[in-house]
Ligand binder design. Structure first.
Ligand code: HEC
Length: 281
């Protein structure tokens, strides 16, 4: 599909045909003018770059499945994109899965063309500044070099994730430099946290990305992303359980069965999924 959007040449040949596409948003960034540059894909396939006007921007959230219509043309960064006709973007579903990421180190980004338009995971990097500055960029450093992240302009003054981080997103070429359009930040120890959550039975009712018996952790974290007492709220739930915030099914009280250090680690881990929502602002 859309073979005339070749990431190697980035030139668009056909600008007159109308294309209708359905896909899941795997990365997105709000630009200076409020419009959104994003990638949509079907599970496991290469993603298609789209450019969406400000009026439709709110629907373009990572893991939303969209249907939209538009023509190919030169996008805001110079490479070819599908320009969504205003009003043509419709939301089919939220929290959809779009396939696994390809793990790569920082040196890969010297020339990321082999994975252009693919969902990748930049592993084991650390941020080089303490806060985001609203420039739409941030630099991360790994063992094998530095990578510039392409970020929403709305990301400003927030503290960066601490420690060793894996950054998920789509490689894009900006002014001749390969950058990573980031759609998720997770601690490099995320697998350890999942194992801990399994040990303490959280995973029998929860999934980070999908609603199960309990809510998806990315939805929980999104709800409290700006709350100064978010960790305390989540801790009360783990200690005492409860019902009524996400539905009628109750969560049992688990606090007394879990050591305090593990509870803190679990809360930090659940709350780390807030970056999904922050990067979709
Ligand atoms: C038996 C099923 C079950 C287990 C086990 C379980 N949960 Fe839950 N959890 C739920 C349900 C159901 C809800 C939604 C409750 C509601 O609507 O208020 C929930 C809600 C939550 C919330 C949202 C709280 C809020 O304020 O919005 C958090 C955080 C959470 N669970 C964390 C955990 C953690 C961490 C564990 C493991 C220690 C765990 N859960 C184990 C079923 C479960």
């Amino acid at each position: 599909m859309l073979k005339n959007l070749d990431p190697a040449s980035s030139k668009v040949t056909d600008t007159t045909s109308t294309h209708d596409i359905t896909g899941i948003v795997s990365a997105r960034a709000t630009l200076e003018d409020g419009s959104v540059l994003a990638y949509v894909q079907s599970p496991g396939e290469a993603a298609i770059p789209i450019h969406v006007a400000k009026t439709d921007a709110a629907k373009v959230v990572v893991r939303n499945e969209l249907t939209l219509s538009g023509k190919l043309g030169e996008g805001p960064l110079g490479f070819g994109v599908l320009k969504a006709r205003e009003g043509s973007v419709s939301l089919n579903a939220t929290n959809r899965a779009f396939g696994a990421s390809e793990p790569r180190g920082a040196s890969f980004f010297k020339d990321a063309l082999p994975l252009a338009n693919r969902y990748v995971q930049l592993t084991n990097v650390a941020f080089t500044a303490p806060r985001f500055d609203g420039s739409g960029k941030a630099v991360v450093r790994g063992d094998s070099g530095e990578v510039t992240l392409f970020l929403p302009r709305t990301l400003k003054d927030r503290e960066v994730p601490s420690g060793s981080v894996n950054v998920f997103g789509i490689p894009i070429k900006v002014n001749g430099e390969w950058q990573l359009m980031a759609s998720r930040f997770l601690s490099a120890s995320n697998k350890v946290s999942i194992a801990l959550a399994s040990k303490h039975t959280c995973m029998t009712c929860h999934n980070p990305d999908m609603k199960a018996v309990g809510p998806a952790f990315r939805d929980v974290a999104a709800r409290y992303k700006d709350a100064s007492d978010a960790r305390a709220i989540l801790m009360v739930q783990v200690m005492n359980g409860g019902a009524g915030k996400w539905g009628t099914v109750p969560m049992p009280a688990l606090g007394s069965k879990i050591p305090a250090t593990d509870r803190d680690l679990l809360i930090d881990w659940v709350f780390s999924y807030r970056w999904d929502a922050i990067l979709s602002e």
